[in-house]
Design a protein around this ligand. Structure first.
Ligand code: ATP
Ligand code: MG
Length: 434
């Protein structure tokens, strides 16, 4: 409005000067509307670089002990410098872009003012206007500057904010590749497990090759194999964290791709190799922040797992704070918490990826008892690193480089001196598989 008023005043002084400045004002406005795109692009890139940096920092700080012990400090520092440099360049480019943007608006204005003065001088020479009019034109041009600069500043922040919004949209648009299936229900109770010609690759390299096996409801399958043989990968396919690239995974006779994800995750309990604990109390970590779970229910869960004594020994019972990354709990104890989590949802299939680290005998006994109780009346897939865990399995599957090396009844395999399983037992499971 202010801009319009000033222009009208200029027209009243002299229409030629007015028209000239109108053209410049319009050009500046047009530029403000359209020319800001490159500010937005750079501001988006700067945000992405900042996100990359903080992601890297979090990862490295989390793995600090490993970094230190492996002497990889120098490497980590170099990568940190690379990221810092990348961020610096992007933020720099973003700042440059907005300065250039402002500068161009300023330049347009100076050109406009110059042209107006030039025109006025010519008109004065021709006797069309007075010196007073020139002075007025000069003043008015000065007044034009203010609203245009304010607009320019706001456009700049607007562009930067749009950069942020576009980035958030990009993040929100990342969709899981695991799509909900039709609503075929997996049956209640203990589930049968069937892998039917399952192959899988995380990236280019195939890590599972045509795995086929079947476990009946209520049985326990012991999954053995050296590190990197694909044991954890099988557990992820059963929980449908990934879909196989070939073949099918069936639980209770139903292809997991045909069931709803939430139903599947209710029916399958997964205890991972290194359990993640959340910042919160023990209660929060077992009930997963669901406030509707009564303490009595949790007490019952711990009692059923034979962990009531362990719970009582904690300084504040269910209110004991647990840190992110499980500070304060050993790997074994973190698995106890995860077992309680699983029992709470009462699934028909329990997958246990045993921690490969050695546990103190006390925790080990607690874990053993809890696992026995958890597997009662359920189907189990246990990735075993300990002899005691292996011994509770009905069937044994030995993986080698993503292929089945051996599959059969544990008792049969143990009784056949030629079997890999028997060889493993002789060599000592603990030594061979950790
Ligand atoms: N998230 C992932 N992305 C890419 N490759 C992966 C991923 N997880 C595992 N792999 C690769 O897949 C192969 C099988 O790994 P997996 O974790 O299933 O082995 P594992 O038998 O559980 O080993 P461990 O006994 O050490 O736990 C390995 O070569 C591993 O490097
Ligand atoms: Mg593993």
């Amino acid at each position: 409005v202010f801009l319009l008023g000033v222009l009208i005043l200029l027209y009243r002084e002299d229409w030629r000067v007015g028209a000239l400045l109108t053209i410049f004002a319009l050009a500046a406005l047009l530029y403000l509307m359209r020319g800001g795109g490159f500010v937005g692009v750079r501001s988006r890139a700067a945000r992405a670089a900042a996100a990359d940096l903080s992601g890297y920092l979090e990862e490295q700080l989390g793995g600090l002990p490993d970094l230190k012990t492996s002497g990889a400090d120098a490497y980590a520092m170099r990568r940190l410098h690379e990221r810092l440099a990348a961020r610096f360049h992007r933020v720099n480019a973003s700042a440059m872009a907005s300065s250039v943007f402002n500068a161009i608006v300023g330049l347009l204005f100076v050109l406009g003012a110059g042209a107006a003065l030039g025109l006025s001088t010519v008109l004065y020479g021709a006797g069309a206007i007075t010196l007073g009019t020139i002075y007025l034109v000069f003043r008015y041009t000065g007044m034009l500057r203010q609203p245009i600069e304010r607009l320019s500043r706001e456009m700049n922040s607007f562009q930067q904010a749009t950069g942020g919004i576009v980035r958030v949209r990009e993040l929100l648009a990342i969709e899981s590749q695991i799509a909900d299936g039709a609503s075929t229900n997996i049956p209640p109770g203990a589930l049968s497990v069937e892998l039917d010609g399952v192959s899988f690759a995380y990236e280019a390299e195939t890590v599972l090759h045509g795995i086929s096996c079947r476990v009946e409801p209520g049985e326990v399958l012991g999954l053995l194999g050296r590190t990197g043989s694909g044991k954890t990968t099988i557990s992820r396919l059963l929980f449908r964290l990934y879909d196989p690239t070939e073949g099918a995974v069936r639980l209770g006779g139903v292809d997991v791709r045909d069931t709803r994800l939430d139903a599947l995750r209710e029916g399958v309990g997964l205890v991972t190799q290194d359990v993640q604990l959340f910042q919160g109390t023990l209660r929060d970590n077992v009930a997963l922040f669901n406030r509707n779970v009564a303490d009595a229910r949790l007490d019952a869960v711990f009692a059923e797992l034979g962990l009531d004594g362990w719970l009582r020994a904690l300084p504040a019972g269910l209110d004991t704070p647990l840190g992110a990354g499980g500070r304060g709990l050993s790997a074994g104890e973190a698995q106890l918490v995860a077992l309680a989590r699983v029992l709470l949802k009462d699934p028909g299939l329990v997958i246990l990826d045993e921690a490969s680290s050695r546990l103190d005998p006390h925790t080990e006994r607690l874990l053993e008892r809890a696992v026995t109780r958890l597997l009662e009346g359920r189907t189990g897939v246990v990735i075993a690193h300990r002899l005691a865990t292996v011994e509770r399995a009905d069937r044994i599957l030995i993986l080698e480089g993503g292929r089945i090396a051996e599959f059969g009844w544990r008792a049969d395999l143990a009784g056949d001196p030629q079997s890999r399983f028997a060889q493993l037992l002789r060599a000592g499971i603990q030594e061979e598989l950790v």
